[in-house]
Design a protein around this ligand. Structure first.
Ligand SMILES: [Zn+2]
Length: 248
């Protein structure tokens, strides 16, 4: 039953992912996300409707523009597939509940923020703040509690202090992302922050090995790692917190 529902969630997930691609391409440069129609980044030919089907068109076009054959970034199918797969996973885990919707929306926001941070080094307020409000409302419908807002504010405060101490490593965008993380995963938010920091260590170490001391000046986008930590906390965080509390 939930497997069928989850499969059913995949298609709207793809549509949301496709919209997020538009958001990720246009928001950082301040363009409208409504008009004009999507066009090829290289030859500026408007994309035909039949070439604008999420995932399918990318595969049929073999990742190239129909007109000028310039390669289409892998980000497009990756965002579409990621959003759809995470929406399906949310429905699979929580069934037809407000929690599923909250989780799917939370995941979609994490995917969008990761894409903009990797490409433009921005964590857009216009994604994080409305997503925080909407996810909070859905969480409260599912389980009325102060834990969502309290976890969000606690996580944001924690990263704010870290950002003050290491201004080069983290920005205010990451602080706002921590707010969303806390609202999305509640009491499991320490798992999200810790996992995010551990994931971020990997490229830092690689850079350090390759470039030595010069690596210290190379900034790494942090949001994608926090987002990954958020996914770990969303799907496994409660179990990890319980396990930890039992060890105490
Ligand atoms: Zn083109």
């Amino acid at each position: 039953m939930t497997a069928a529902l989850a499969a059913f969630a995949f298609a709207p997930g793809l549509a949301v992912g496709s919209f997020l691609n538009v958001v990720a391409s246009r928001l950082p440069s301040g363009q409208s996300i409504v008009t004009p129609r999507s066009a090829c980044m290289s030859c500026h030919t408007p994309i035909r409707s039949r070439d604008n089907i999420p995932l399918v068109s990318y595969l049929l076009l073999r990742g190239r523009c129909h007109t000028c054959k310039t390669g289409i970034g892998l980000r497009y199918p990756a965002v579409e597939f990621g959003t759809a797969a995470l929406a399906a996973a949310s429905v699979f885990v929580w069934g037809p509940t407000w929690r599923s919707l909250a989780a799917a929306l939370f995941c979609a926001a994490l995917v969008a923020v990761s894409a903009t941070d990797i490409e433009e080094r921005v964590v857009p307020n216009l994604v994080v703040l409305p997503a925080s409000v909407a996810v909070l409302a859905l969480q409260l419908l599912w389980h009325p509690s102060v834990v969502w807002a309290a976890s969000g504010l606690g996580a944001a405060l924690f990263l704010f202090v870290v950002a003050l101490a290491y201004p080069r490593g983290m920005g205010m965008g990451d602080v706002k992302l921590a707010l969303l993380l806390g609202i999305g995963v509640g009491r499991a938010v320490p798992v999200a922050l810790l996992a995010g920091m551990i994931f971020a260590l990997v490229p830092s170490i690689v850079l350090f090995v390759r470039h030595g001391a010069a690596a210290r000046k190379m900034a790494i986008p942090f949001a994608p790692f926090l987002a990954l930590g958020g996914l770990v906390a969303l799907f496994a965080g409660d179990r990890l917190v319980d396990l930890y509390l039992r060890l105490l």
